[in-house]
Design a protein around this ligand. Structure first.
Ligand SMILES: [Zn+2]
Ligand SMILES: [Zn+2]
Length: 169
């Protein structure tokens, strides 16, 4: 497990703290992620939010290469999002409250691993495609139809459905 992304809280009483972080091994620094991200870039601003609460907000950029779900060609997908998280002493977090993370009153650093991991799960694209129009692979010969049209006849009705229709018939 690599170093998780942390921000020192010294000086927070004097005003907001801004910084930028670049995570070169996000899978090791953040824990299990939905995609094999190569790097994650964060811009963060943290400030006091009343009582012992601290609010962090910023932007999040991440990039991964995955297979197109239709034609299997390696395809780059990007995450580009704004995020926000609230931290409070655990005694002041209501069970089930969402978007609030624990921060000890004596903590000197804010650990962003858990909220950033959650943001990546929320924002990772569910359908990974090389393009919205990707025609996928020919189901008969396996050709990638976007760049090598084949002479296969178009797929007919699935014989299993035909059999079922006969039963319903
Ligand atoms: Zn594709
Ligand atoms: Zn074909």
């Amino acid at each position: 497990m690599g170093e998780s992304p942390r921000i020192g809280l010294a000086g927070l009483d004097a005003g907001p703290i801004s910084c930028a972080l670049r995570l070169e091994a996000p899978g090791e620094q953040l824990g299990e992620l939905p995609l094999p991200f190569e790097r994650v870039e964060l811009e963060v601003e943290i400030r006091r939010a009343g009582g012992e609460a601290v609010r962090a907000r910023g932007t999040l950029g991440a990039s991964a290469v995955v297979e197109c779900r239709r034609c299997l060609v390696p395809t780059r997908v990007e995450v580009d999002a704004e995020w926000e998280a609230l931290f409070r002493p655990s005694a002041r977090i209501t069970p089930g409250e969402e978007g609030v993370w624990a921060l000890d009153a004596e903590a000197r650093e804010l650990d962003l691993a858990a909220p950033i991991r959650e943001e990546l799960w929320v924002h990772a694209p569910e359908y990974r495609e090389c393009s919205a129009e990707c025609p996928g692979l020919c189901s008969r010969c396996g050709a990638r139809r976007a760049d090598e049209p084949c002479d296969c006849p178009p797929p007919g009705p699935d014989p299993r459905w035909a059999a079922l229709d006969g039963v319903r018939g």
